[in-house]
Design a protein around this ligand. Structure first.
Ligand SMILES: Nc1ncnc2c1ncn2[C@@H]1O[C@H](COP(=O)(O)O)[C@@H](OP(=O)(O)O)[C@H]1O
Ligand SMILES: [Mg+2]
Length: 261
């Protein structure tokens, strides 16, 4: 059990958007505490992953006892495949960057998939480094782009090789950054204009950020243009494009034409 027992705000019993936002935020606050405890490296990563996972499991069990949960840090209980409601959580996305203070590119992801929607129905991305939680209950408004050239967010440590050629083709600049959530949120915030990833990722890495991005009116898809589908038996969801709507066609056209090799 965590000692961390935040008071729950009104509304969360009936509003999944608010529950997602609150749960992500309190897990983010806990991670800030963990980061201040003097741990380093693997110890800090493991402590963060574990603390945020346990807190989210407790909060979801307490406030949505009938729902299934898929967490990066938990065992995959396949009963979720028959469930009507499944929370898809990444307790600490950007674990590497979390362990490198004062980096801000790490996040907590809480999303809800429902059978009724056949899709994501709510989502929240807490980015404690920005002291902000982005969520579908109050979808962020994407500002007009301030960039003369499009900026493409890519993984700091595993950027897909083809993205350099893509950037050259569409006259874009690459912006390396950790955390899938932070990269999607960078598009929402007009820090970048697109996030392109390939080569490996799981449902929890993108579910909550994609829910927020869609609510904000951004394009979200696989790199072949097909929809991102969640709560699958195999949770591998290795690639995605999140971008301003006007960039979707040039990016997808480049990938259609040149592939990813
Ligand atoms: N090739 C790959 N295979 C598996 N997971 C990957 C991956 N590339 C990125 N990811 C996951 O996607 C998240 C963002 O990665 P990156 O910062 O490199 O863009 C990280 O999540 P976690 O930090 O939750 O493990 C990372 O593990
Ligand atoms: Mg992750």
């Amino acid at each position: 059990m965590n000692d961390f027992a935040p008071a729950s705000p009104p509304g969360i019993e009936h509003d999944d958007h608010l529950l997602a936002a609150w749960a992500a935020e309190v897990a983010g606050n806990l991670l800030v505490e963990v980061r201040g405890q003097g741990l380093e490296g693997k110890e800090l990563k493991d402590a963060g992953d574990r603390a945020a996972h346990e807190l989210l499991m407790e909060l979801l069990a307490q406030h949505r006892p009938g729902d299934a949960v898929l967490s990066e840090e938990g065992k995959d209980d396949k009963r979720r495949l028959d469930a009507d409601r499944v929370w898809i959580v990444d307790p600490l996305d950007g674990t590497r960057e979390f362990s490198e203070p004062p980096r801000e590119d790490w996040a907590v992801h809480v999303a809800l998939w429902t059978r009724a929607a056949g899709d994501l129905a709510a989502g929240a991305v807490a980015q404690p480094g920005l002291a902000t939680t982005f969520h579908t209950g109050a979808p962020p408004v994407v500002p007009d782009s301030t960039a003369a050239r499009p900026r493409i967010a890519v993984s700091r440590t595993r950027p897909p090789a083809f993205v350099e050629a893509l950037a050259a083709e569409i006259g874009a600049d690459l912006v390396p950054m950790g955390s899938a959530g932070a990269k999607v949120i960078s598009v929402v915030r007009d820090v970048t204009d697109a996030y392109v990833h390939a080569g490996g990722q799981y449902e929890w890495d993108s579910a909550a950020p994609v829910a927020v991005a869609r609510a904000a009116g951004l394009h979200t898809s696989r790199i072949d243009g097909s929809p991102l589908v969640y709560n699958q038996d195999d949770v591998l969801l290795p690639d995605l494009v999140v971008c301003r709507p006007e960039l979707a066609e040039p990016i997808l056209a480049f990938i259609r034409e040149h592939g990813t090799d």
